[in-house]
Ligand binder design. Sequence first.
Ligand SMILES: [Zn+2]
Length: 860
Amino acid sequence: MEPKAHRLPNHVRPITYAVDIATYPARGEFEGTAEISIDVLSATQAIEMHARELALREARVTVGDHTVPATIALDPATETVTFTTEKPLPLGHAKISVHFRGTPSASMHGLYLAHDGGERAICTQCEATDARAIFPCFDEPEMKASITWTIRTEGPVVALANTPLLGVEEDGEKKIWRFQTSSPMASYLYALVVGDFEGTPTQVVSGTPSRVWAMRGKAEQARFAQSFTGRLIPWYERYFDYAYPFKKYDQVAVPGFDAGAMENVGLVLFRQNLLLMDPRAASWNQEKLIAKVIAHELAHMWFGNLVTMRWWDDLWLNEAFAEWMAHKATHAIEPTYLVWNDFQADKNRALIDDALPTTHPIWTAVKTPSEAIEMFDVITYQKGCAVMRMLENFLGESKFEAGLRTYMKAFAFQNAAGSDLWRHLEEASGLPVGALMRSWVEQPGFPVIDFSLDDNTVSVSQHRFSSSPKHGATAEYQAQLWSVPMVVRFEDERGIKEHRFILDTREKKEILPAEGAIKWISPNADEIGFYRVNAKGRARELMLEHGPAKLTAVEQMGFVEDQWALVRNSTCTIEQFIPVIDAFASTHDHNVLRAITDRLGTIDLLLKDSGDQRAREGLRAWIAKAFNVQLNELGFVAKKRESQNDMQRRALVIYALANLARQDAVIQESVRYALEEQKDPRAIDANLSGTFVAVAARFGDEARYESWLDTYQKRKSSGAAPQDCLRYLYTLAMFRPEPLTRRTLSAIDGAMIPQEAIGSVLAQLLATRETQELAWGYLKTNWDALRTRVGDMGLSRVVESVGHLRAQHRADIVAFFTEHTPRGAERALARALEGLDQREELRARVTPGLLSHFKLEAQA
Ligand SMILES: [Zn+2]
């Protein structure tokens, strides 16, 4: 049932919860008592709070030393329970106690059994609205209250909760774990875990005890996380000028999780591969990812947990901020990671989604639980992060920091809204933050800046960018305007300069402070602005000619991505785009190379769909020519003291030569190294293992598939690092023979594919031409079971991937999802259909030009 939009009345507020809960991994239910101290603000007989899928009994209300029974009325439509007493309660304190019983959820929400192979643990995930499925509570972010957990367990397990342990009572096999009382916090941050965990030794960082926990036998893999956290906590304390606000910091790798990680107060849960690693098994990218996720969750302890949004419509404040802070902190602590270069690809994903007519403003009204779930998307996280970064760049680092510090102190342990933050940033900077941010936060989409250069004069104009030719001209799009902070970088006779200005009108001319001729120009310096640029005339010529040598890596990526987006919405032709690929394919920067290989992948698919083998041969010859030069220079194996860039570049070049150019020698060599990795993962550099294993799977047969399964299972059961296991799991979907796709799909039903991986595996199968028909059939047949098991995040991923099907499936997709509403993934479905339509429109428009170009290449 779809729950109704509903808010709790304000006349009863929670103060503390004492929750005594018995939960055993081996048993199919949990039960306990909740004692809730409340403040009655106006006389009432009815106390309403949230409860879902719980059996409740023995409700009693105590005022002073007088206890009376209360009736229990559950309302599934609003997910609430109302406790009613015979006489009205007086104003002031009261206490309600109730017994609850429930079954662990089959999805990875509320209280659930996380399991993967032999590993199992009871976990909780309360965000957004699932605390109410564990015990009755006031489940809204503004209803902050403290919690005191008591957890009853059986057998050799460890129980952890939001606060430090007070003590354990043992009674044979049974144990009672009592925890300290927390500070006031929102119900979506309550958490516990019970399982066979082992922790790293406690490290005390500026007074805060911190540990990392993993399933028994894996604590050794937590060393990186432990040490990185130890460096982060003091950095955040200095940045916020506010000591870590809670009593301890535990991070736990659990064997089944829907999101990447969750910032519960004092008890952060992670997917294993986002917290654990063997430094020799993890690639540079995997290590960076772990660092960024740890930094993201830790930032929430201040932003989100100490100061909490008033309501879910301001979720973006939590997530945009944590995402931005994660990059800033990680960059400060480990500048060699170059995490802002990684962010360019994330930002591009946000620009793609935000250019669809189905997008939404960063700030969006939220009424129902499923609307809250849909807010966890690329607009909230990545666009929000980009907008925060743009704002910091506009205000300056020190003023931004000063505003945050006063905001943090003013709202500590309370709730705040976006406007509160803007006010503090305005006071710190003296700049019109509110006006600027409203244009970015309250309206959907973003502008494209038409940018031209005439001598020293820049002419800019803005209008809302649309990824499809058909939407851009609507009156709604035409009316929108942004307050765009622009930073233009250029080189003149005297050197490199920057010019800053705000474009808040439709168009504007700016005279650059140039002396002599402008040699090259970057219209969006360091790609900090969240917009696309349509460089015209001389500006475009300069970028094409000098871009590869003079622009930074992210500026080059930005140029390539903007140029492609302009082809997609038919501002530019495919013939205009080919010189861009030509100019940047010889780049030595791995980030730019990734942008180029992504586009080559798109072109390859268009040519494949056209069925014209000669044009495809032409593309292959072109890629071989461009990338063999790089491979010859780099070699197949890592060199001593090689730069990280060269290492990453090698992986991309090998991928392109094998998968796109189909160079037999490169495929054979990759397979050889993959088989070596299979025998001994340490024999191959971790930065290359993923590519070798993927290429070997892509061109693999049944025997190889068997050996992949075998390797995955053996490594998993021996407790190997997650990175060593997952490269075999996630490449199963890359095997192309149809019987193998069927086997992968049937493995989703069994225990072989872990619950948390189902979404990724199925999404990958749906997005690939050779496997998508079978995957779509599977999805339709198994929908009911899938939608529960795949998780909320997984569901969105799967539904969105349906948009990669060919046009002939469109009517079937619409019909299927009309009958089977993808609740919580409705926006994902709208994006999928829009994406499908746009890909088909693009195909019809650009394929003829691509064919004639690459047929000529084939002759060359
Ligand atoms: Zn977050």
